[in-house]
Design a protein around this ligand. Structure first.
Ligand code: ADP
Length: 386
């Protein structure tokens, strides 16, 4: 697995259980996965030579994030390295502009969007949104007809590279790099959902229950599985969309499809990730087969494991770095207070806002589970001390 973050770290126990020899390419020896995978290689994932040397020791190359250069992966694939997911699929998780147009062509519902290259194009796009909605232009004299979401097409994550702009005066920053920018409508959503599926090269696919994900400042903070109160037809529609995308783009491994449930009851695709995903962490403790195990099974073309939930509900809350002076005492407190709680710690240095771990709790009373998981995460972060 290229990348030494927490996703690679959490893949290791699944590899151990399956008897798969798993190794990682990490940027440094203290990255989350490099700490627990003794055979880790410390190398530069942006270097073609380093990637080639790493791949030479592997039967299959896969990833814990999307930032590995597409051109390098194409070259490796042409040289015979088995890259899963393949570069042509992965491009859709690397470039939001490519992804939006490809999904539109495949008839998948996405927010209205345009790839633009200058702030003036944003004005035209906002005006076009108003025309297509047959809405009245703003009475407040704003130079943008409606708010627009601007995104860097490449390199964004955890909300970095996403701006909501209400005036042209604030539309300059996304264009600073000189790269194309994705402009899209500000979707009025009821909540965000995620549909995680796994697909193998032979085309077998499984779909996990659709979850609700809560984002704060662009970062996923909480996941409830399954999404409470989601009507069956929307849940099936979300799974169908994710399975269709996996097949259309020939994705191999885990595919997470981040979705909006709009206020008028539609499902729109926001984002794709072709790797285990934060919205699937609950599966370690709450599903028959974790997303990490199914990612490995898929990239190795083994039959996939059951994605069924093993409890009526699972709630996962991320632990973000805070300024907890005594995390160890919080850690002991949470274990003692709630023995059914599962704590996952990534071995990362605590930095404010950084994902350093998560907690999961499973059961049948979703409100109780939410309270317990939130309490533990707040404690571990240092926000509360009782
Ligand atoms: P990233 O790749 O950084 O995770 P996303 O495209 O997923 O960026 O956007 C981050 C968050 O911003 C989303 O989870 C959502 O809360 C909000 N967001 C993104 N696009 C839109 C949109 N078109 N309308 C409303 N909110 C959006």
């Amino acid at each position: 697995m290229v990348g030494g973050g927490q996703l690679a770290r959490m893949t290791q126990p699944a590899a151990i259980a399956l008897g798969v020899r798993f190794t990682v390419l990490a940027g440094s020896a203290d990255e989350a996965a490099a700490q627990v995978v003794p055979s880790s290689t410390v190398a530069d994932e942006k270097s073609q030579d380093d990637l080639r040397a790493f791949a030479a020791g592997c039967d299959v190359l896969t990833f814990d994030h999307e930032q590995v250069p597409f051109e390098h992966l194409r070259t490796l694939a042409a040289e015979g390295v088995v890259v899963r997911p393949g570069p042509d699929a992965l491009l859709h998780a690397q470039d939001k502009g490519v992804m939006r147009s490809r999904l539109t062509r495949a008839g998948i519902p996405v927010p209205r969007h345009a790839v633009v290259s200058a702030p003036d194009d944003v004005r035209a796009f906002a005006a076009e949104l108003v025309r297509s909605r047959e809405a009245a232009p703003p009475a407040d004299g704003s130079d943008l007809a409606v708010p627009v979401v601007l995104k860097t097409t490449r390199g964004g994550y955890d909300g970095k590279g996403v701006w909501v702009v209400t005036s042209l005066a604030h539309a300059g920053e996304p264009f600073r790099e000189g790269a194309p920018v994705l402009a899209e409508e500000l979707v009025a959503f009821r909540r965000e959902l995620s549909a995680v599926v796994a697909r193998s090269p032979s085309g077998q696919a499984v779909a996990y229950p659709v979850v609700e994900s809560v984002q704060r400042d662009g970062v996923c903070v909480e996941v409830v599985a399954p999404a409470p109160g989601l009507p069956d037809d929307l849940a099936v529609e979300a799974q169908r969309i994710a399975l269709t995308i996996a097949a259309e783009l020939d994705v191999v491994g885990v595919l997470a499809v981040e979705l909006f449930e709009t206020v008028d009851g539609r499902i729109l695709v926001n984002e794709l990730a072709m790797r285990p995903h934060n919205t699937g962490h609950w599966t370690i403790d709450g599903a028959v087969t974790s997303q990490f195990e199914n990612h490995l099974r898929a990239v190795l073309d083994l039959p996939l494991g059951s994605p069924a939930a093993s409890a009526p509900y699972a709630v996962m809350v991320n632990v973000l770095g805070g300024d907890a002076p005594d995390v160890y005492s919080a850690y002991r407190h949470c274990m003692a207070r709630d023995p059914a709680l599962k704590i996952h710690w990534y071995g990362k240095e605590l930095r404010p806002g950084r994902k350093v771990g998560h907690v999961t709790v499973c059961g049948d009373d979703v409100d109780d589970l939410r309270d317990r998981a939130r309490h533990a995460a707040a404690h571990l972060r240092g926000d509360i001390d009782e």
